[in-house]
Design a protein around this ligand. Sequence first.
Ligand SMILES: *Cc1c(COP(=O)(O)O)cnc(C)c1O
Length: 467
Amino acid sequence: MRPPRPRPTPSNAPSQVKLNPLFARPGEATELPRTRLPQGESLPETAYQIVHDEAMLDGNARLNLATFVGTWMDDHASRLLVESADKNMIDKDEYPRTAEIETRCWQMLADLWHAPDPEHAIGTSTIGSSEAAMLGGLALKRRWQQARRAAEKPTDRPNLVMSSAVQVCWEKFCNYWDVEARYVPVSEEHPVLDGHSLENYVDENTIGVVAILGVTYTGRYEPVAEIAAALDRIQATTGLDVKIHVDGASGAMVAPFLQPDLVWDFRLERVASINTSGHKYGLVYPGLGWAVWRTTDDLPEDLVFRVSYLGGDMPTFALNFSRPGSQVLLQYYLFLRLGADGYRRVHETSQAVATFLADQIGAMDDFELCSDGTGIPVFAWRLAQRPGRCWELHDLSDRLRMKGWLVPTYPLPDDLADVLVQRVVVRNGFSHDLAQAFLEDLRTEVGYLNALTAPMPSAARQSGFHH
Ligand SMILES: *Cc1c(COP(=O)(O)O)cnc(C)c1O
């Protein structure tokens, strides 16, 4: 075998992958280069074992209370996943049934989100909410450009108005597509975007307002109806007709089942489009998202491309070309398998666990809740003021990690950036039993930290957490 060229690695990792000696088989004494394509072949069993063993060292998804993304599906879903792993979503001609199922799925979502006429709504699957948000933002931008051009007004300074607590995908959208991001800061009085002082942010160059159903930092819902009412008032005084895109990455698959009377969706005429992550509370493995527009008019025709489909053509609007079709089939499987009642029951269980944990944690002397799990089954807390405390939330995250629990600590966005919070996302599979075990560990570690007589060293502390 050609010896790998020596190359400095940041971690000083050895340049060769040594095989796991537990599995003795001819050929396993080999070493493979870590960062170069090996010259020769390996037996499939050997290559499999290396990949399997390495992946095994990733964290335990069950104890990961940080992620929103699905980490469990049943055996039938696993079977479908393996059977359909070769399907390419873009090949509508080769996989017409998968294309048909994609359409059924977003039509079900359009109906679930009260599109006035689901038959004339338009939607698509995506790789996740980030891609769906890009598409929603692009449609807003193009509609605004068309209206401005028709009025013979300049189109060079578009802006998008949103909370400072938006998920990073919206910062990306504005950066990648040259749109000015106008952040409305969150504050103690206005912890979410609620329409307050919106008139100071919206002007003739505003392509839209993003409302978040399930803010990533805390799980809270932004009151979309109040934001719409504020925009109605702005229209009455200025004539500006500004549409809303709802980022329902998690909440759009929760609210229809747990808060059916909450009006946040296409029941509000101002809501032009909605995205959700199939792989969050849609309960599918990663990567699946959905974007749906109220009517075909809300998605400008010149953004839509036509691909060949059974001799005819099929409209598509996506950033990616090839991507897996299996996730769409998994979503359809779950829609059939669970139905509305099933989704309600699954999410009710998660919410019961979330509100139980929030109650217990909120009742501890050291903590104050920032949210209580009654929106999406997610809640966050901060430290209560107490002089002389020798630790802060990063220390508690570290202690919990020693027991296997992944609980992120991070600062809130502007203007609350000096507030550190900790958050738990309750997902399908985080049972009451596990919640009890977590609570016991939390109490033990808080007891340990409170018994300290000198401050924890903070030098090595750094937050690598991303929403
Ligand atoms: C997770 C999340 C996103 C990004 O979604 P992906 O599916 O991970 O791309 C966007 N917005 C909000 C509010 C989210 O919670």
